[in-house]
Design a protein around this ligand. Structure first.
Ligand SMILES: C[S@@+](CC[C@H](N)C(=O)[O-])C[C@H]1O[C@@H](n2cnc3c(N)ncnc32)[C@H](O)[C@@H]1O
Length: 410
């Protein structure tokens, strides 16, 4: 059987009976793809891993709690034989052969009538890699080829142009907090397909260096209190480039809708009749504390966290933040854009009831090579920021969670 290469094919299993023998790790790994294919799955096994059991409990598969019996494969279109009993596997595969049911065997690829390829997905395509010869099987190698192809398609190093007409428009992409590995797969793919990228100062700027030379990169840096491209100019640039039929990515730091003015851009595009897609990103409000060893919640310590903007001081009439109420909360307070006003913010929190001993951490340039954490308390933070020369961008965390991680000093 192994003298010829396997014939690759895609099975359309929707509503069709698939019998899985054995509820161990192999079944656990294979069941999600069978479920995604819509198969009608019957598991026959005396026991199962907790994850497989959960699928049965949820009604995703039917589970007969017993060993394999002759006749189990009679109405199957496809079978996965993966028990720990070699004799049962052999008997089941003999039955499969008699009923002409294609079957994979976890214990003996040579005797199986089908092999499971290493699979991955990219842009509506399934990439499946099969070994040509059971004896020379090297599952790690096939998985590595699959990974190389899928990753290459995702990051654009492997170019497979679409032959259907590409719809021009704008993608508002949340780029994450700065580490280029912390953008989503979708965001990275859209970036690889872009003609124009309009990028913020915050976010994964290293990714811009990877873009091919034909991609126009526009800097939309909005440094706090600086004199940079106004929001309206950014909106206009997005609209102009999209109207020229270009694929535009608006690369933003963190998540587009967390103090990111993402909806203003989406509204402007909607008014101009430009298609817009929004790709969420990992917000610095959670990831930057995490990168510095601070969980925003912790069992028995904080059951809530509140993210606030500190770009205007509590006594500023433009402030929409109810600082007196925030001071009464016992959970975690995460302050973005608050370095310049932290003195006044700490003062307001203490004046309205929060203890001056409350731990505070400032995490500057989180998830980048320049990441730095400075610890203080509400009582000392104003002078610490000056003494330690803490600069934006920084996420400020107020609360007992600051002290729970291994780096905590509180
Ligand atoms: C205009 S807000 C944008 C927030 C962004 N949309 C998000 O979800 O992370 C900018 C603020 O986010 C915080 N910030 C963003 N990236 C950061 C990073 N890598 N390290 C520390 N703070 C960061 C800082 O407080 C900064 O002033």
């Amino acid at each position: 059987m192994a003298e010829h290469p396997a014939y690759p094919v895609g099975l359309r299993l929707t509503g069709r009976r698939v019998v899985v023998l054995g509820g161990g790790q192999v079944a656990q790994r294979r069941l999600p793809a069978l479920l995604a294919a819509g198969a009608d799955i019957r598991l026959v096994s005396p026991d199962a891993t907790p994850s497989v059991e959960a699928m049965a409990d949820a009604g995703e598969i039917t589970w007969e709690r017993r060993p394999y019996e002759e006749g189990d494969l009679a109405d199957a279109w496809y079978a996965l034989i993966a028990t720990s009993d070699t004799a049962a596997n052999a008997a089941a595969s003999a039955e499969a052969e008699r009923h002409r049911v294609w079957c994979v065997r976890s214990d003996d690829a040579d005797r199986a009538t089908a092999w499971t390829p290493a699979t991955g997905h990219s842009e509506g395509v399934t990439v499946a890699v099969l070994t040509t010869d059971a004896r020379g099987r090297d599952p790690r190698h096939t998985a590595a080829i699959r990974d190389a192809v899928v990753e290459g398609l995702r990051d654009g190093t492997l170019v497979a142009p679409h032959h259907r007409t590409r719809t021009a428009g704008v993608a508002l992409v949340g780029g994450g907090p700065g580490d280029p590995d912390l953008i989503t797969v979708r965001g990275r793919r859209l970036l690889a397909e872009a003609d124009v990228v309009i990028a913020d100062r915050l976010g994964p700027r290293d990714l811009l260096a990877e873009l091919p030379p034909h991609v126009e990169v526009i800097d939309a840096a909005k440094i706090p209190y600086g004199r940079f491209m106004a929001q309206e100019a950014i909106n206009n640039a997005l609209i102009e480039h999209a109207e020229q039929g270009k694929a535009v990515v608006r690369l933003k730091g963190g998540d587009p809708f967390v103090f990111g003015r993402g909806m203003e851009e989406a509204q402007a595009l909607a008014e101009a009749g430009i298609p817009c897609t929004v790709v969420p990103g990992i917000s610095s409000s959670i990831s930057v504390p995490g990168a510095a060893g601070i969980p925003v919640t912790h069992r028995g310590v904080a059951h809530e966290f509140t993210v606030v903007s500190g770009h205007v001081a509590p006594d500023d009439e433009r402030s929409l933040v109810d600082w007196p109420s925030l001071a009464k909360l016992t959970g975690t307070l995460v302050i973005l854009m608050g370095v310049d006003k932290i003195g006044k913010i700490a003062e307001a929190l203490v004046a309205h009831g929060r203890s001056p001993e409350t731990p505070v951490a400032l995490v500057q340039e989180g998830t980048t090579a320049a990441q730095r954490r400075v610890d203080a308390t509400l009582g000392t933070v104003a002078e610490t920021v000056v003494a330690q020369e803490v600069k934006p961008p920084a996420v400020i965390v107020v609360g007992e969670v600051v002290g729970v991680g291994p780096h905590g000093t509180a």
